[in-house]
Design a protein around this ligand. Sequence first.
Ligand code: G3I
Length: 358
Amino acid sequence: MKKTNMHAILFLLCTLTLGACSKQANYDYDNSKPVYQKADLQTLRQAPYPIGAAVTPSTLKSNANYRNTVTTEMSSISGENAMKMNAISRGRKSYFWDDADYLVNFAVENKLRVHGHTLIWYKHTPSWVSSFSGTKEDWKTIMKEYIQDVVGRYKGKVASWDVVNEIINDDGSLRDCIWLQKIGPEYISLAFQYAHEADPAAILFYNDYGHEYSHARRKKAYHLADSLAKNNVPIHGLGLQMHTNISRAGNDIRYAITAAAVTGLKVHVSEFDVAVNADKKLTAINETVALQQKELYRVAAKAMLDIPENQRWGITMWGVHDPSSWLSPNPDWALPFNASFEKKPAYDGLLQGFYQGK
Ligand code: G3I
């Protein structure tokens, strides 16, 4: 079968089966206008799909400008670290909830959607898990307990989860992790199943990187997501991390988003940032690189606008302002707000992408 025909059929099938999973979200953003004019858009919160940021509880508590930027501009938040297993799990059935609770309560108060990042990841396995000893069934049980305790606690409050994060190698094989070693490849479908049982309304994602630069990674990710969906595993979306930089062609970003939508799954650009100083030569951001960065923000915003509306989970930036980026010690000036929380050209790039202009 020709590739385009296969994609079209896959798209149709997935749209039909997964469309039934969409639900009314309990967050507040204005999606009433299908075509935007520049004047319509005063903040990112008015974007035609959710725009979010990864946040940390400590900075939300200590920095009023950071907090105000989140509540004014964002429709959605992800915990940058607070919802990872090493942050929550202190032992079997022993949890540290303070930071995750803080984020969820903050989001409820401010009508923000919460995206849970991440349930299962090969990195930062808590030491009690690494040293756990048991049968395959015992390993399934501890994974189920963890996933269901976390997802169950935030049922109805966390709209979506990265169920599995970074699960493939560059050659497309499954990445080694303790869950693969102890349970086998079915740990992936089980993780989705356990999360779905705990909150049947939550939108469940497979999140990974490299969609915009590696055909092998992209192809494997689609294939994996597609085979999970075909086997009735409750997967609803593909997360494209998209930590990128100004050397990337806009077409690569556009293609990654457009091609992900062909699966019929929801698409979340889940960790977006555009570094301008990848070779570490700059000591300050300048207009040339700021405009190159703006263009990639515009392309991503427009590409998300161009996929079917029911598949647009949105764009989440990996931080709020340049100093809160995980890249900041370098520095890379990768986000749309500068150190003084002023809007950079990248911010205008997003707005332009929303209203389809240039
Ligand atoms: O909070 C502790 C602090 O108490 C301690 O003194 C210090 C000593 O190293 O570490 C601090 O924790 C660090 C944490 O960030 C908070 O700053 C961890 O060491 C550090 O490993 C952690 O890095 C995070 C990284 O994931 C690993 O979890 C980054 O902030 C976070 O931006 C990054 O995010 C990942 C996504 O989850 C997955 N995709 C890639 C992305 C970027 O790497």
